[in-house]
Write a protein that binds this ligand. Sequence first.
Ligand code: GDP
Ligand code: IMO
Ligand code: MG
Length: 430
Amino acid sequence: MACVIIVGTQWGDEGKGKIVDLLTERADAVVRYQGGNNAGHTVMFGDKTFVTHLVPSGILRKTTSVLGNGVVIDLAELIKEIEELEQMGIDVENHLHISDRAQLVMPWHKTFDRLGEEQKGKNKIGTTGRGIGPAYKDKIGRSGVRVGDLLETEHFRGRLEELVVENNQRLEHLYKSAETPFSAAQIFAEFTTYLKKLKPYICDTPLLVNQLVEQGKNILFEGAQGTFLDVDHGTYPFVTSSNTLAGGACAGAGIGPTRITDVLGIVKAYTTRVGSGPFPTELFDKDGELLQSEGQEFGATTGRPRRCGWFDALLVSQAVRLNGITGMAIMKLDVLDKFETLKIAVGYRLADGELTENLPRSLENVTPVYEEMPGWNCKTAGITDYDQLPPEMLAYLERLSELVGAPVSIISTGPKREESIVLNPDQLWL
Ligand code: GDP
Ligand code: IMO
Ligand code: MG
């Protein structure tokens, strides 16, 4: 039995989808525990590329796939995603389970996400525009609607009528918008159609997951976003609105912390970020352009170019600490194939001149202090044999591991499932 949490250690897009897919071969279930369709998890095998947004990546291997209570769900987008998967021959019906406690992304959440960003102007977060922040705001403010509410028609109709009044007031007075007000009757009709399609999937997922645990099954918890987008521990306010950390898996899936056996941190061999917010090792030169082009760093959800920079050991060592990481998958090493020299941030010079090796509360106005290492400057893309890896890459990996304080468990040399080197496969938990 193993319960392994897969968590992003930077600002998302580390390659979680690829590793979840790789490990799902040995898993009995894959569970999403937070976030919504702001996520974009890419899985490539054969000549196919899949990007999952809400449905756990495990679905591609026809594994029990759970949308936990901590997820916020846009039903229309979920149905679209299910239909796309079905068109690709994936049997969703027999594998997907949706928590009756998960919150719904309502039409006003998407509108308020957009209007809120417009109001913030140059201080905008750069959200994915999927309504995630407003949905979590209403969850915490106890003005949300849960999947289970849909099952009680008259209760849902009443709740909707109240919420539409409240949100039309917000639309008019808070956002000063002249857009068409929300209509309870129209939303009721739309959501009734969604329910018809989704009803068979809705269940008590904490019960399901705990039963699987008791049966000794192997379960993967698929984190979305990354450690520094966490609402408590990230670069606030430039964060998402959920606890993306491994700790979030317990509340978001409804399992106890004693069940978790391991936490695998997904680490990009350099750093990227989409949206606004501080990014100390960001590059604005040719090296940054090379990372962007070699890494094809465009958002899997919004298509926005990702900002790129050197590996930041302060960030990842903090992620190791915050998540209790027991092993790391180092991703996209092949993207560094053309670099003669690699830099790693090992400290920050603060505005007052002080040097720190621990992550400060604010990452604004810090200057990274770099250590340089020789690049391997040869093609490693697609290598699957550890003995063929160049010595400079092994030295880079050893240094990263030493700096951040966690062992390397998987080395990734390309986007495809098979372009991976699993160190000690017998010890890989599942
Ligand atoms: P996620 O959100 O963490 O699942 O990551 P994304 O799917 O948003 O972004 C990761 C991108 O890197 C995807 O396009 C993957 O196909 C790709 N990728 C993953 N691992 C590797 C790798 O080792 N090398 C290269 N070149 N690409 C990779
Ligand atoms: P995956 O799971 C990278 C970023 C957005 C924005 C901030 C808040 O694919 O790694 P939100 O829409 O969540 O309110 O946006 O968080 N963001 C991500 N960046 N990968 C993601 O997911 C992200 N999900 C949200 O760009 O800066
Ligand atoms: Mg992504």
